[in-house]
Design a protein around this ligand. Structure first.
Ligand code: 6GU
Length: 263
């Protein structure tokens, strides 16, 4: 799978292609990453790529011509590629979208917008999909392109050492991951949960599923509300309820919750 980023700051991508899982995937030939400078397609001695918006207003808009030339070359090089524009106006990026893109295994041309935006006519002519990585504004699409490339790459066959790690991680089942511990077993007087040291794989798996549910309930209850629970998950949450009730029943006084929105 080849990623071709069109950007005014190709240097931003240099370490990105070389380091970590993305770097390893490139070494193994699973991906190929390149960044092409949009400015190199600009005309004239000053290589101008932006101009003031028609209709007035502040900020600058990327002109259609340099980007069109860059995209024509990119699409000639990768004729099967999906052309993506990174923009706050795009569809919200998600694990599900990453899985779809990885599954399609199509090359990707990623257009990183800068300034206040990109001339609409070049978007209409070339772009298949607009992606946003969240409801906040970046100065440019480059970090967003790296987010997309990273999330897609780690899902490609062979990119992660352990096949199970992509399947079990946060969001792949619409749950957050359980807490993790490593050595030492006692760190500054804080112990690791005993069951994890037991070697009892059935109990360890059950602890992990139980804690993934509790972590999700506490940190991202919205993920549980939008999800159908399986019978085992209901049982595990019931166990947490029993545990909470045991703690509350042991309290001498139980009044109503005086906090806003409480009991
Ligand atoms: Cl993809 N680009 C920019 N400039 N800002 C963003 C974004 C993208 N996603 C969220 N904010």
């Amino acid at each position: 799978m080849e990623f071709l980023a069109l950007t005014l700051f190709p240097e931003l991508f240099r370490p990105f292609w070389e380091i970590g899982i993305v770097g390893r995937a490139a070494e193994k030939g699973i991906i190929r990453g390149r960044a092409v400078d949009i400015r190199s397609f600009a005309a004239g001695r000053h290589k101008v790529v932006d101009d003031r918006p028609y209709g007035g207003g502040c900020g600058m808009v990327m002109q259609p011509d340099p980007l069109d030339k860059a995209l024509n070359e990119a699409r000639a090089r990768l004729p099967q590629a999906l052309t993506v524009l990174l923009t706050p106006q795009g569809k919200r990026f998600s694990q599900q979208m990453a899985e779809t893109l990885a599954g399609a295994a199509k090359d990707m041309i990623l257009v990183c917008g800068r300034y206040e935006g990109v001339d609409q006519r070049v978007i209409d002519r070339h772009v298949d999909l607009e992606i946003s990585i969240g409801d906040y504004v970046l100065t440019g699409g480059e970090p967003a392109a790296m987010v997309v490339i990273d999330a897609v790459t780690r899902l490609l066959p062979g990119a992660l050492g352990n096949k199970a790690s992509a399947a079990s991680d946060s969001f792949s089942q619409d749950l957050l991951e359980h807490a993790q511990y490593t050595r030492p077993a006692d760190w500054q007087g804080e112990a690791v949960p005993e069951v994890l040291l037991s070697g009892h794989h059935g109990q360890i798996e059950k602890w992990r599923r139980s804690h993934a549910l509790a972590t999700t309930l506490l940190k991202r209850p919205d993920l549980l509300r939008g999800r159908k629970l399986g019978p085992e998950e209901i049982r595990l949450l019931e166990n947490w309820r029993i545990e909470i009730e045991r703690i509350l029943d042991a309290q001498p006084v139980r009044g109503p919750d005086p906090s806003p929105g409480g009991g």
